[in-house]
Ligand binder design. Structure first.
Ligand code: NDP
Ligand code: 2IT
Length: 446
């Protein structure tokens, strides 16, 4: 690392003690920016990095609500408004018991660069709560969402900060959040949230967008290297929004998904996973992936979900959560001859795993590029809301495909320009950084 990046990384670690995921995300980006600072001293002269690693605003609030037994519960709510150089803060809300400042900040930091890569005018932010939606009734989830929004509403707006979903936040939660926002503000401000229902301002393809986008960029990368998805064996971790639609698209394009997982275990079906059944179990019934065995007793199930990477495959798509693939998992994939790994989740590979994968010549698409289709389609939803318009499925899907292909081309081009040909992770970091840093230079020290 150069003096500049080393100094800023040390400052981040000293100033944000214990926020290990945030440190990891910052280190990964700063490491790849060294060639930029060698060529462009103006970023250091203007304190761009020092400003970039400090969120513009951090909001932490109490979320009190009453459960079905009449007991008062208290959760913690977060919204980190990280960077608005390119547009209103944009990024999802995560409801999961593991959520704390370090997680929300790592996600918000990643979001700045990812959003820049989409080419849309959106800044970076992220939020969430340590609330666990698992096992809660719809009424409990509604009361929690209403309490959460009662505080959040004063901080967001269609030109200020536009949340969406992430782990534990899907269509149901966005509906409750939107209803409460509208009630508090007395404004039908459709563009304040994305991932809305299709009858009230949502966009076609937003549900599918992250998973489809992941497969579109994967397909482009394979095509550029004279490969295709046809007959490839694929392992996908997770069975939530991203995993399900990654499976759907990769299957449509001729590949076969043999394994999926949830936080209790993984499923292996060598004949190809029956995705309609997974949708029924996870999307409709909010159940456990293990229930698959009731219809397919010949499929295999293991409670060690991290061992999913021991399954022989050509392509691995981690689509569950951060640091879900470590060096042990990556080594198993390499030993089995994996060709490509695409990060559907945010930071699913540990730093050691990324290094191993790159050193062994596996094609690697980093999350900032690979899962940008979700937020890109959120931006398309905002466009439709601003126009009082509704686009067709094909129109949004084509736009999404164009964006993903552009991200691939842009990240590859920038990597080559900085002497790092083939390193898409560095290319994505540098391309995203340059766009945001130049906007920050233009806008002065703010
Ligand atoms: P969902 O809540 O729909 O699904 C999450 C899936 O991951 C579930 O199968 C869940 O299992 C599993 N999972 C969650 N936490 C863990 C854990 N600690 N260990 C093992 N498995 C776990 O979330 P999404 O599909 O929306 O998000 C998945 C990833 O994709 C996240 O990293 C998110 O940040 C990222 N992402 C999401 C986007 C979106 O548009 N939704 C956009 C870009 C990135 P279980 O059912 O047991 O909880
Ligand atoms: O990580 C992400 O990009 C998301 N969860 C989607 C954010 C969004 O605003 O659509």
């Amino acid at each position: 690392m150069s003096n500049y990046t080393e100094r800023v990384l040390k400052m981040v670690k000293d100033r944000n003690p214990g926020e290990v995921e945030f440190h990891q995300a910052v280190e990964e980006v700063l490491e790849s920016l060294n060639p930029v600072f060698e060529k462009h001293p103006e970023y250091e002269e203007n304190g761009i990095l020092e400003r970039l690693v400090e969120p513009e605003r951090q909001i932490i609030f109490r979320v009190p609500w009453v459960d079905d037994q009449g007991q008062t519960q208290v959760n913690r709510g977060f919204r980190i408004e990280f960077n608005s150089a390119l547009g209103p803060y944009k990024g999802g809300l995560r409801f999961h018991p593991s959520v704390y400042t370090g997680i929300v900040k790592f996600l918000g930091f990643e979001q700045i660069f990812k959003n820049a890569l989409t080419g849309r005018p959106i800044g970076g932010g992220k939020g969430g709560s340590d609330f666990d939606p698992k096992g809660k009734s719809d009424q409990e989830v509604m009361r929690f969402c209403q309490s959460f929004m009662t505080e959040l509403a004063r901080h967001i707006g269609d030109k200020t900060d536009v949340p969406a979903g992430d782990i534990g936040v899907g269509g149901r939660e966005i509906g409750y959040l939107f209803g409460q926002y509208k009630r508090i503000k007395n404004r039908y401000e459709a563009g304040v949230l994305t991932g809305k229902g299709l009858d009230w301002g949502g966009s076609l393809v937003r549900t599918e967008a992250t998973g489809y986008g992941l497969v579109y960029i994967l397909e482009e990368m394979l095509k550029e290297n004279d490969l295709s998805l046809n007959d490839k064996k694929v392992v996908i971790s997770g069975s939530g929004n991203v995993a399900i639609y990654a499976n759907e698209k990769v299957t449509q394009l001729g590949a076969k998904v043999v394994a999926m997982s949830d936080s209790s275990g993984y499923l292996y079906d060598e004949t190809g996973i029956d995705l309609e059944l997974i949708k029924e179990i996870k999307e409709v019934n909010r159940g456990r992936i293990k229930e698959y065995l009731e219809e397919y007793p010949e499929a295999e199930y293991s409670e060690d979900y991290s061992d999913i990477w021991s399954i022989d495959c050509d392509i691995a798509l981690p689509c569950a959560t951060q640091n879900e693939m470590d060096a042990v998992g990556a080594q198993k994939l390499i030993d089995n001859g994996v060709i490509a790994i695409g990060e559907g989740a945010n930071m699913p590979l540990t730093s050691d795993a990324v290094k191993l994968v790159k050193d062994n010549g596996v094609f690697f698409i980093p999350g900032k590029a690979a899962n940008a289709g979700g937020v890109a389609t959120s931006a398309i939803e905002m466009t439709q809301n601003a126009m009082f318009d509704e686009w067709t499925f094909d129109k949004v899907d084509q736009e999404l495909q164009k964006i993903m292909v552009n991200i691939y081309k842009n990240a590859s081009k920038v990597a080559a320009k900085y002497g790092l040909k083939g390193d898409l992770a560095a290319g994505a970091n540098i391309a995203g950084f340059l766009k945001v840093a130049n906007a920050m230079l233009d806008q002065g020290v703010v």
